[in-house]
Design a protein around this ligand. Structure first.
Ligand SMILES: NC(=O)c1ccc[n+]([C@@H]2O[C@H](COP(=O)([O-])OP(=O)(O)OC[C@H]3O[C@@H](n4cnc5c(N)ncnc54)[C@H](O)[C@@H]3O)[C@@H](O)[C@H]2O)c1
Length: 350
């Protein structure tokens, strides 16, 4: 097996800072990045059986969770560190922050270290839109977005890039979040309606995205709010004891998940029996399972975020950043002249 990356100097690892990630995304264009990421995710999902997979390793505390998300194929190994702390925004912090690494399986040497807070928002939105392209009703044009925080604009742009959705109906318990969303996407070509409740937001929407943050069993959508033919993109319920949908919706929906062993712990389906039938979305991409069965079916993408999506995102950034100035070399790996003389290298530094 050949190495993925052979840098001139073995101690150096390309590092993409937040500043460089923003410049890279603007250089490429947000919607192009979202479409490209969906392509990378689809490519990796189609070869699902080739991956080493595990539910993410979660450390829970009263106000949040810290998670490690590893995935590997025969060439590359990736992991992401990510947190989820819904109360963080009150102290000026993000609910979700992340960074991650891609390494060469042949040598174990890292080939990329990168910020992943922005990248997580991009890959989550790309994943949602990719799933919706196969599950949403044909000709869908209107999406309700309930929860207008950090992830929300990315979701809107991904659904336009992949499905052509250009009508948005917004609701957030904090009007400042909705005002922020409108400011950010003002003049971007969407028709945006600010709604007075979640009930009002879902009126006439063929797609409903729930992307709220609250560490409890919330009921963002009750059973009577979801009519026939709707596609639900449920993003915010992603931890034990943290859900967004009434259980009654789940029992009449066709449910699609990323990786069932993880989603049964973390997703909306934690509310259901452990053997409730669900479809892993990769099977829809490979043609092994149907997507939307009927115009009047309620489909649910029970998104929690899976490590292969981050692996795909890391691969994408490694491929794209190489052609740009938006990375810096980080002195991350000890590289003694004689590989066995690590101690001598330390002493010579004195
Ligand atoms: N599935 C995934 O892959 C994935 C990836 C990233 C984030 N998430 C989850 O998505 C959620 C949103 O993340 P974020 O970074 O946008 O968080 P955020 O804190 O920036 O925004 C959340 C928004 O939800 C609003 N909200 C809270 N309760 C509400 C309610 N009952 N009705 C309407 N709005 C409500 C808040 O006012 C806030 O504006 C989090 O729960 C996060 O854990 C999931």
């Amino acid at each position: 097996m050949t190495a993925l990356h052979t840098p001139a100097t073995l101690n150096l690892v390309p590092f993409v800072s937040v500043d460089h990630m923003m410049k890279l995304v603007l250089h490429l264009g947000v919607e192009r990045v979202l479409a490209d990421l969906a392509g990378y995710i689809a490519d990796d999902f189609r070869r699902w059986p080739e991956f080493d997979k595990t539910p993410r390793i979660a450390a829970h505390s009263p106000d949040g969770v810290i998670e490690l998300m590893p995935a590997a194929d025969r060439r590359a190994y990736g992991f992401k560190y990510v947190n989820g702390h819904p109360k963080n925004t009150a102290s000026g912090r993000q609910t979700v922050t992340a960074f991650g690494m891609l390494a060469d399986v042949a040598t174990g040497y890292p080939v990329l270290l990168t910020e992943m807070t922005i990248l997580t928002a991009l890959r989550t939105a790309a994943m949602s839109a990719l799933a919706a392209r196969h599950l949403a009703p044909e000709g869908a044009a209107t999406m309700a977005i309930i929860g207008n925080g950090a992830q929300s604009e990315f979701q809107a742009l991904a659904f336009r890039a992949l499905l052509g959705i250009d009508r948005l109906r917004l609701w957030d318990t904090d009007p400042a979040a909705t005002a922020k969303f409108r400011r950010n996407l003002d003049g971007a070509g969407f028709t945006i309606t600010t709604c007075r409740s979640a009930e009002a937001a879902v009126e006439g929407a063929e797609i409903i995205t729930t992307v709220t943050a609250d560490k409890r069993r919330a009921t963002i959508l009750s059973d009577n709010m979801v009519g026939a033919g709707v596609h639900l993109n449920a993003v915010g319920g992603d931890c034990p004891g943290k859900t967004e949908l009434a259980a009654g919706i789940l029992t009449r929906a066709d449910i699609f998940v990323e990786y069932a062993p993880q989603t049964r712990i973390e997703g909306e389906i934690q509310q259901l029996a452990p053997d409730h039938p669900v479809t892993e979305f990769w099977q829809v991409l490979t043609g092994d399972a149907p997507g939307r069965r009927a115009a009047d079916a309620v489909t649910l993408f029970d998104s929690v975020g899976f490590a292969i999506e981050d692996f795909s995102a890391l691969r994408y950034i490694r491929d794209r950043v190489a052609e740009t100035p938006f990375a810096q070399d980080l002195d991350l790996l000890a590289d003694p002249d004689d590989p066995r003389d690590l101690y001598g290298m330390v002493m010579r530094a004195g």
